[in-house]
Write a protein that binds this ligand. Sequence first.
Ligand SMILES: N[C@@H](CCC[C@H](N)C(=O)O)C(=O)O
Length: 292
Amino acid sequence: MKIHFTKMQGAGNDFVVLDETRSRLNLTAGQYRYLADRHFGVGADQILTVRPSPAEGIDFEYVIHNADGGEVGQCGNGSRCFARYVRDKGLTDKDTIRVQTLSGVLSPKLNADGRVTVDMGVPVLDEPRVPFDATALTPTVQGNGRTWPLAFDVQGAPVTVPVAVVSMGNPHAVQLVDNVDTAPVLLWGPLIESHARFPERVNAGFMQIVGRGHVRLRVFERGTGETLACGSGACAAVAAGIRLGLLDSEVHVDMHGGRLTIAWSGQDSDSLFMTGPATTVFEGQIDIPDAA
Ligand SMILES: N[C@@H](CCC[C@H](N)C(=O)O)C(=O)O
């Protein structure tokens, strides 16, 4: 099957964007994996598929697949690329677009400076809803937040790391590190991603605090591996840092692919907002094998 695609990136987190506003492609998990493959396909961290409005008052729907072919509920950088895509393709002329996702309705807003701001909803810090199995663990309480001792084996040696667990519509485990450049992201990331206490697996964040309004972050993403940026990971890390009393309500998050700005009051009743770039890289056509 030959399909048309648009390649996009948001702070270096890259996407293959597919248009299903007129008809469904009905791709299999194997075909999503093929598209994401950097050697045989286009290459992407995630595939973002845009669909027509599912209901009155909603402009579009989109679904997200990780590079491993699994469908997921949330993608911060993808939500900004979605907004840029539907505007640049002339699918809408709105500045603020309401879109249905697996984890709820998002409203990305295109700013005059080219960046996109997304209301990412209220961070979920209630462990069972992340979901995180805290059975028989005792948290360390700090500020209005808490961390949990996550134990795992690294090459036969036991390690216990304090993590804050947060859902932004997808699960995150955030730990503090002295320096993201030397943090064991590639060694520990896969062990945390598939840790038994996270029944839906987890995105593993490593956050270095530079100041109360500035952090550096690396994220080993569930279903993809380390990416140059993770939007929901930036939101989760800042939400955790604010609750732990370490960060102010507006924070610049520097990742290897670029900077996002996250704003949150820290209150359970208030949404968190993410602002950052979204760029089209190129367009093309690719033949996907039926049996990919
Ligand atoms: N890169 C994304 C997150 C994509 C989904 C994630 N890997 C998961 O499995 O939850 C972002 O920018 O948020």
